[in-house]
Design a protein around this ligand. Structure first.
Ligand code: NAD
Length: 491
């Protein structure tokens, strides 16, 4: 049965949560008194559909159903997870919990997105305090993995773990804090930087643009991949963290920072910041900036996946949990018969695969077909262990046909046919589709090679047996349209 999440408050953060749940296969029921809520969430969803699915190397589950409800009681009915994201006012949040606890299942997780309140403050006036915890996400909720999950002694044993498991199922990274504090961890750090930045502007030392350059040209990049302490450890050179503290520790007693004070938000300071921000970024609408931000984040996180590091390592592990069972695995044979073209790729096109024409760039077609070939090799048993033992396949020739445009965010499937092969030869034909639309085909000729001699050698054992089984099964299929074409031939 499909899981159901209720989203109470569908603004910037609630909309992001709605997208995160929906695109991970949950049904989502929204309550928000704002007459514009459906439009706003629709726009967040459009951005999320472009950005999130392509972050994974595997297809996400089928999208859940989205519904809007006139009352909170209707929205939370039957929900397994209720996410409260109403404005940051304690009395409002407490009132909302009173209403929703009267109607939601008693075993539902009720999570608050609050940036500042401790869970005990939210639990204080509740009918069932133990049902409420904090799950503080980061904007854009549909892309960034981190959720600060804060529980108290009022939560029953195991509730934090259960909530963390559910969040991991959404490919989110729960950072579970069992000691509560105002504003949790991340916002305290951010506030320190924010305070310092306000002083730099107020004292006329830097503009909003200069402060942003100081972050994004330098330490912001370091933070994104190593955080604070690992970065400083490296900065300490061979002597590491101790040396770093010996060198820079004494500076902390210098009057470098104005963190203890808060500049007064006079009209003049607010105008100064708003005007500088308009001059810096006003050429783009907020929606455009969101799309630029999303593309940058996807690019960064995909680069970190390549390094298997930080947020990238987390996403690699999340992908592994989504990988389909191999065709020859006992549990997969019934669902994945080999007498049909084999599904070798099911994924969405990432934002960073787009080109100046607004569609998937040429080189990525070869990547997708290359990945499909890799998958086919794994299916027949030519996996990492097999290759490490000394034999593999090398590609000798490729022919790609581009038949229809593919765009970032599109869900694509590749099916693979074994067209022939004797001895060391293997002739594959890949078909890439979006739904029923054939987007491209890739025809490839490979040779099975000894990694010692770099010369062709026929496969043996399990690989030879599986290839023979696929060859027999695919021999009965009609020859695919376009197979054997050469460049420039008329259709
Ligand atoms: N904006 C951020 O970057 C950010 C990040 C993390 C957490 N948060 C937290 O998320 C929560 C929401 O912040 P936001 O930025 O999405 O605010 P927002 O103003 O964009 O959205 C709040 C939404 O709540 C709705 N609302 C108001 N009263 C309601 C009620 N009684 N029942 C249901 N909906 C109601 C509003 O119509 C609005 O759509 C806050 O607690 C905030 O601290 C915000």
């Amino acid at each position: 049965m499909t899981d159901t999440a209720a989203i109470v408050g569908g603004g910037v953060i609630g909309g992001g949560w709605a997208a995160r749940f929906l695109l991970n296969g949950w049904d989502v029921r929204v309550f928000d008194p704002d007459a514009e809520a459906a439009r706003k969430i629709g726009e967040v969803l459009d951005n999320a559909r472009r950005a999130l699915p392509g972050l994974s190397e595997h297809a996400l589950p089928a999208e859940g159903r989205l519904s809007f409800h006139a009352t909170m009681s209707e929205a939370v009915d039957g929900a397994r997870w209720v996410q409260e994201s109403v404005p940051e006012r304690l009395e409002l949040k407490r009132k909302v919990f009173q209403t929703l606890q009267a109607h939601c299942p008693h075993d539902a997780v009720i999570a608050s997105s609050t940036s500042g309140f401790r869970p005990s403050e939210l639990q204080a006036c509740a009918t069932r305090p133990g049902q409420i915890l904090v799950a503080h996400p980061f904007n854009p909720v549909y892309l960034l993995p981190l959720v600060e999950l804060v529980t108290t002694d009022a939560n029953p044993n195991g509730m934090g773990t259960r909530a963390a498991d559910i969040l991991r199922g959404l490919a989110m990274y729960p950072l579970h804090l069992t000691r509560e504090i105002d504003a949790h961890i991340a916002d305290r750090l951010l506030e320190a930087v924010w305070r310092e930045a306000l002083w730099l502007i107020r004292d006329g030392i830097a503009t909003t643009g200069e402060i942003d350059e100081a972050i994004r040209m330098g330490f912001g990049l370091r933070w994104a991949q190593m955080g604070l302490f690992e970065t400083y450890r490296v900065a300490g050179g061979e002597a590491g963290m101790r040396h770093f503290m010996a060198q820079f520790g004494p500076c902390l007693s210098e009057p470098w920072t104005r963190l203890m004070d808060v500049p007064e938000f006079t009209d003049a300071l607010v105008d100064q910041i708003a005007d500088q921000s308009d001059a810096q970024s006003g050429a783009h609408t907020i929606r455009e900036l969101e799309r630029i931000r999303d593309a940058n984040l996807v690019g960064l996180m995909r680069a970190l996946k390549g390094q298997n590091w930080g947020a990238g390592a987390f996403l690699v592990a999340a992908d592994a949990a989504r990988a389909p069972a191999p065709h020859f695995a006992a549990e997969a044979v019934a669902q994945r018969p080999i007498d049909q073209p084999l599904e070798t790729i099911a994924r969405a096109i990432p934002l960073d695969w787009s080109d100046y024409n607004g569609h998937m760039t040429e080189s990525r077609y070869l990547q997708v077909f290359g990945d499909a070939t890799d998958r086919f090799m794994t299916i027949v048993g030519c996996d990492a262990d097999y290759i490490a033992a000394g034999t593999s396949f090398f590609t000798a020739e490729s022919h790609i046909r581009h038949l229809a445009e593919a765009h970032p965010g599109d869900s694509i499937r590749v099916t693979t046919r074994f067209l022939g092969g004797e001895g060391a030869k293997m002739h594959l034909f890949h078909e890439m589709r979006r739904g029923d639309t054939l987007l491209a085909t890739g025809e490839h000729f490979l040779l099975h090679v000894s990694l010692d001699t770099r010369r062709p050698v026929a496969p043996e054992g399990e690989v030879a047996a599986r290839l023979a089984a696929v060859a027999r099964a695919h021999a009965a299929l009609p020859r695919p349209d376009g197979a054997g074409r050469h460049v420039g031939q008329r259709t």
